[in-house]
Design a protein around this ligand. Sequence first.
Ligand SMILES: Nc1ncnc2c1ncn2[C@@H]1O[C@H](COP(=O)(O)OP(=O)(O)OP(=O)(O)O)[C@@H](O)[C@H]1O
Ligand SMILES: [Mg+2]
Length: 386
Amino acid sequence: MSEAAAAGLGKVLDEHRVVVTVGSGGVGKTTTAAALAVQAASEGKRVLCLTIDPAKRLANSLGLNEMTTEEQVVDPALFTENGLELKGHLSAMMLDSKKTFDELVQTTASSPEVAERILKNRIYHYVSNGLAGVQEYMAMEKLYAVRQDDRFDLIVLDTPPTSNALDFLDAPERMVDAIDSPAMRWFIEAMDSSGGRFSLGILGKGAGLVMKGLSKLTGAGFLEQVAEFVGGLNDLFGGFRQRAAAVSGVLRSPEVAFVVVTSPAPMAIREAFFFSDRLRELGMRRDGIVVNGVHYLLSEPSADEATLRAACAEALPDVDPGSAVDRMGRALEDERLRAVADRIESDRLRSRVGKETTFVEVPAFDEDVHDLRALAKVARHLVSAA
Ligand SMILES: Nc1ncnc2c1ncn2[C@@H]1O[C@H](COP(=O)(O)OP(=O)(O)OP(=O)(O)O)[C@@H](O)[C@H]1O
Ligand SMILES: [Mg+2]
């Protein structure tokens, strides 16, 4: 890796098997993850870029029609066409949390028959498709599984725009908590004491009535579905818990690097502070901080007012030169204010970051990051010295 690369996040790419981008909504997590993946692939690594949302723009900038839940190889020709070298290779894949959950059930169930029964269960469908926190947990689960895949040297994981980004890191623990919750245990004990057959009788009168009401609402067979699902969970219980603990352990291992992405907006910076502190509290690494979309001071116009007016009159013959120069002055002033504000916020964050964390800035570009060339441009900023 080049010297410039080693100074920025290049070191993080070199030293870790998994790099996770985290941060609040819309700050550039996907862009950063993709740019890091492009950079590492171009320098010789075999890279998998794993995303959670469909990220149409990302797919397009990698020359793909859309992100799919199957791995897709990014066409090496795309690198050449964009004037980039590709020494390694790059694949991209979108996470399918339902599919990951299904695979988890298959590997944890005591027998293929039990797995089959759970997978066909209607309540399982509801839980695996829509329950809060499941997506976050499954992202971590997938990471755990895919990191053992020796076809890849590096896995870059882009995390979802969770309203509370911490949900994501806590997911394995919260999964264990949910499984361990009194309600769940009560269900499981009820199952056990009934010898695997769940009946209204063992629920006691009150609960029985509630369940009867529920089954009326949701149609016949609901209770049987509950019974089967709870029975299934009981079967998965030990394996599942062990697995969540293992996933949680991996997230804290030196193998996994975290990069916090933020915009220079004060609210995003506040969240980045909070998030960085939380990473530390949770015993996770904080290898890098990216302030993305920074405005810089533009150089002052060197010409005097009269020259500017003359230039405007020539370039924009239909516009009053006085008002054009005025408007340009105001736009420049706005830009300057933004640049100053961004500088203050970014430096505030930088001053709180210790030596163990690499700090980089990426400028705000005039256009969205929509092709491989633009991703490579972002990457250059990510891997060069701040
Ligand atoms: N430095 C930049 N300059 C200009 N545009 C940028 C820059 N970084 C990102 N963008 C654009 O900003 C938008 C949001 O970026 P991105 O999708 O990477 O954010 P995100 O954090 O992944 O969002 P979400 O939380 O919704 O997943 C995209 O349109 C992207 O092209
Ligand atoms: Mg995103």
